[in-house]
Write a protein that binds this ligand. Sequence first.
Ligand code: AMP
Ligand code: FE
Ligand code: FE
Ligand code: ZN
Length: 279
Amino acid sequence: MRIDLHTHSSASDGTDTPADLVRAAKAAGLDVVALTDHDATSGWTEAAAAADEVGIGFVPGLEISTKFRHRGVHLLAYLPDPTHPPLVGALDRIIAGRTERTPAIVAALRRHGIAITEDDVRRESGGSVAAGRPHVADALVRLGVARDRTQAFTDLLDPGRPGYANRYAADLEDMIPLVTAAGGVAVIAHAWGRRGRSLLDEQALAGLRDQGLAGIEVDHQDHSPADRSELRDLARRLDLLVTGSSDYHGLGKVDHDLGVNTTDPEQYERLLSLAGAAR
Ligand code: AMP
Ligand code: FE
Ligand code: FE
Ligand code: ZN
């Protein structure tokens, strides 16, 4: 069983449509794939239909933008009820924050002398409800300002760069119980990526587990072999489940091919058994 529990489609900042992503997962030899678009469930129906068609397992999920101690944390939520009103409300607020940020980024870039417009960005984010910096990056590439997404982030869109603008994110400690109340399973994405190690240490993770956190994503490209082995031990001590995933974004992220990391079938079974528990 090859199980990949973290991917992005054009419903957020990936470049494959949800159906194409599922077909690519089948072609990559996966047995189960989760779709975890940023802050959006809009790709689920199409992906589920495609999974039925090609005969692989499908897990509906999300990667929710949250903050913890003033730092950004991505929270994976598997199998929540997408109509649960508090969840819908929380996601609407995050999406509104994304939508409001685009004009701020465009204005900042224009002040920096780059002739980009909101329409340029809208052309790239067309099918997505979750407008994001990757769409601005794609617009910058099309305008010839950047070579690829990575260069656009490094030169212009990362924190501290001329085109950076902040946006609203939910509180992680509110979001974990909310996801659980919606029948979902909460797992911290790339827990120790980008300086996460000091933020999400054992004590912090123990506290989050007590609030309902079910697991941590351990096998992820942002984690070194040493990080993975330490995180795995930590998860065992805290009785958290462990996942592994690609964080595939289609052509939007290099070195994140489908199935590059996978989740152990036993851990996957445990995740499924937790879903719906609070509903
Ligand atoms: P946003 O959610 O709009 O703040 O943008 C963050 C997203 O940008 C993340 O989900 C990543 O997928 C993507 N991202 C961040 N840095 C890079 C990079 N250097 N190259 C490509 N994508 C990136
Ligand atoms: Fe992304
Ligand atoms: Fe992420
Ligand atoms: Zn992701």
